[in-house]
Design a protein around this ligand. Structure first.
Ligand code: ADP
Length: 659
């Protein structure tokens, strides 16, 4: 139901009023049926009310048409038959419309009549419904009327068809427009008010000419006005135009005016007028719905184009801002698409990006061995294979270092016009990652080796203890010796594991910076190592650092300074600091030890690098931990020979505390 029940009585009243008017005008005979738009009004009423077969509307319509026919002088039995024909015709039409045009406003949907295909189904539903009504009326007349009306069935059909075409169409279009959400399509479509005035004037002029010179069959130029409305104005205006000129045509014809009334046989004249109205209605609607459809398609096309342009700009922005390199190439070697990152990683100018240039700069695997063309990720993807994270070496040239690049390649759908295979190649700089992995592998190798040595020693010594026990001659002195060696090996293992843990936490621990008094930490470290008399600390400006990590730094450096002294030499360690460079404090740990072999001042900071591995025990991790901690504080560290005597100077910087 679209409108309230009051409308039922409105329509019923309208039908009775029309009958009374017709009666008052004394226009009985075929003229009455020609003028009365019963068919259209009834269908529109049922559609708006959402009426069912068994409903109050069916009853009211039947009673109203029966009463109207009685008013107009029909016999009761004939009036009942005609009422039945109108009810059946209305129900059939409404059911067909709901079934065939379910998307249309009033027929179950919410769209206006704006597609020629829907118009065709709509017209077919109306024609079929009216044909059923005409057939029933003809049967009624044949059985009940004293005399059969000439062309009665055809007139009924024509009258009902043109009344439904103009009344129902206008009603549904107005209803849809009134109830739809703004913004609504323009009533004038592409035309102007001036053009509308001109079209109205043309219509009036044409009708005056056609109906004035009624002896001349001048009906055909009238179609031009409907064509004008159909081509230039909205479907709604075109339908209203058909409604107005249709009503005028029929009204004038009934009054015996105009070209249709001039036909010898009155019924034939009426019939012609009815079919003329149906024709102009269909012509106008056909043209305007065709135009609506074209406009909708054009709007859709515009929308799609805008959307495509938007998508392309988003894609371009995404591709352009990616850190990963990307290119698309085809099996003919053309680079169809690439992004700035790709050009940068390969060191190729954006405008000379060709497959040859790419191949020339990436012809080796990450380990430096040659990369055959067939095994290139792009070649494999062009052959239909998906390749993930393959590492190759890229030489960008112009003295830039080689880079390890991790490449993935995906086959794309073939180019539809030329049938070429295409592939998307994505790559990212994996140089650091690769170096880290290599480092980690080396690290793991050294750790395994350093742990295996003391373990082998433990195995060996315990085996010897077992052998001695088996032979029953293990003397206490020997046993003590063996056990002490086992304990020394296990201590080395424990120290290595401790250093490994410290190494791991030196980079993973979250920095918790605050004011740190270096002299205080030095005193703590010295006390913990029972070396107070060997360690002295001069004034050091406060630093902004993580005290736990800085304690670890000082412990490593002081521990080394105490360890790396010549036998018999009393260690003497001095820690001092000065506020330099700006924003930083430079701290020096000076010792009187054996010194660092020349040329190894930098290498001793690498993991596992040990300059004095023959005579001193150690893991080779302490200084790498120190360097990592200092670097995390944005500082630097270096080592050199002590300029004031034997030993070394370890010098590092930390951010100054300026609170
Ligand atoms: P570790 O002391 O466990 O061997 P480190 O990383 O602490 O490992 O030190 C690396 C190497 O640097 C040591 O093996 C040693 O050769 C050298 N070294 C460190 N500190 C000193 C120092 N104060 N004097 C002389 N050599 C040192």
């Amino acid at each position: 139901m679209i409108v309230g029940p009051g409308v039922t009585f409105g329509f019923a009243g309208l039908l009775v009023a029309l009958a009374l008017l017709t009666h008052a005008a004394d226009a009985t005979g075929p003229g009455f049926s020609t003028a009365m738009p019963v068919g259209g009004l009834a269908v529109l009423w049922f559609l708006l009310r959402g009426a069912r077969v068994l409903s109050i509307e069916t009853v009211v319509l039947g009673v109203t048409v029966f009463a109207a026919d009685l008013i107009l002088g029909s016999e009761p039995d004939l009036a009942a038959a005609m009422a039945g024909a109108v009810v059946v015709q209305t129900l059939v039409t409404v059911v067909l419309l709901r079934r065939w045009c379910s998307g249309l406003w009033g027929c179950g949907g919410d769209r206006p009549l704006d597609r020629p295909r829907v118009l065709a189904r709509y017209g077919a539903a109306l024609a079929l419904g009216m044909a059923v009504g005409a057939a029933l009326a003809t049967v009624g007349w044949t059985l009940l009327a004293d005399h059969t009306t000439d062309l009665g069935g055809a007139l009924w059909f024509g009258r009902s068809l043109c009344s439904t075409l103009v009344v129902v169409t206008s009603g549904l279009l107005v209803g849809e427009r009134v109830t739809s959400e703004p913004p609504r399509p323009r009533l004038l479509s592409g035309a102007t008010w001036f053009e509308l005035l001109a079209a109205v004037a043309f219509t009036v002029g044409m009708y005056v000419v056609a109906f004035w010179f009624e002896q001349l069959p001048l009906a055909f130029p009238l179609v031009a006005a409907s064509v004008w409305f159909g081509l230039r104005f909205s479907t709604l205006l075109s339908a209203v135009h058909s409604l107005l000129v249709g009503t005028a045509t029929l009204a004038l014809t009934v009054r015996d005016i105009g070209p249709f009334a001039a036909v010898d046989h009155t019924s034939v004249g009426y019939l012609l007028a009815e079919f003329y109205v149906a024709t102009i209605a269909v012509t106008g609607l056909g043209l305007s719905t065709g135009r609506d459809e074209r406009e909708a398609l054009a709007a859709e096309l515009r929308r799609t184009q805008e959307e495509a342009e938007y998508q392309a700009s988003v894609r371009e922005a995404v591709i352009g801002s990616m850190n990963e390199g990307l290119f698309v190439l085809d099996d003919q070697g053309a680079v169809l698409l690439h992004n700035p990152a790709a050009a940068e990683i390969f060191g190729i100018a954006e405008d000379v990006m060709t497959r040859e240039a790419l191949v020339a700069r990436s012809d080796r695997w990450a380990d430096g061995t040659p990369l055959p063309d067939a095994e290139r990720p792009s070649s494999r993807a062009l052959a239909g294979e998906t390749v993930r994270d393959v590492e190759i070496l890229v030489s960008p040239g112009s003295d830039l270092p080689d880079r390890v690049v991790s490449v993935s390649a995906i086959p794309l759908p073939r180019d539809s016009s030329r049938g070429r295979a295409r592939a998307l190649v994505l790559f990212r700089d994996a140089t650091t990652e690769h170096a880290r992995r290599e480092e980690l592998a080396a690290f793991a190798g050294v750790v395994a080796h350093d742990l295996r040595n003391p373990l082998a020693a433990i195995d060996g010594w315990t085996e010897m203890i077992a052998d001695e026990l088996d032979s029953g001659g293990l003397d206490a002195q020997l046993a003590r010796e063996f056990v002490s060696r086992v304990r020394s090996s296990s201590r080395r293992m424990r120290e290595l594991i401790r250093d490994l843990l410290a190494h791991a936490t030196s980079s993973s621990r979250e920095l918790d910076v605050a004011r740190v008094d270096v002299a205080e930490l030095v005193a703590e470290v010295a006390a913990a190592r029972h070396a107070e008399k060997h360690v002295s600390c001069r004034a050091v400006p406060p630093v902004l650092a993580d005290d736990v990590l800085i304690r670890q730094v000082l412990d490593n450096l002081i521990g080394n300074a105490l360890k790396y002294v010549a036998p018999g030499v009393e260690p003497c360690i001095t820690v001092r600091g000065c506020p330099h460079p700006p924003g930083f404090v430079t701290i020096q740990v000076v010792d009187n030890g054996i010194g660092i072999p020349t040329g190894e001042e930098d290498a001793i900071f690498d993991e596992f690098h040990r300059a004095h591995y023959r005579d001193y025990e150690g893991s080779g991790l302490g200084l790498s931990i120190v360097r990592r901690i200092i670097t995390r504080h944005d500082g630097t560290i270096s080592a050199r020979a002590n300029p004031d005597g034997p030993g070394s100077v370890f010098e590092f910087t930390l951010p100054a505390y300026d609170g």
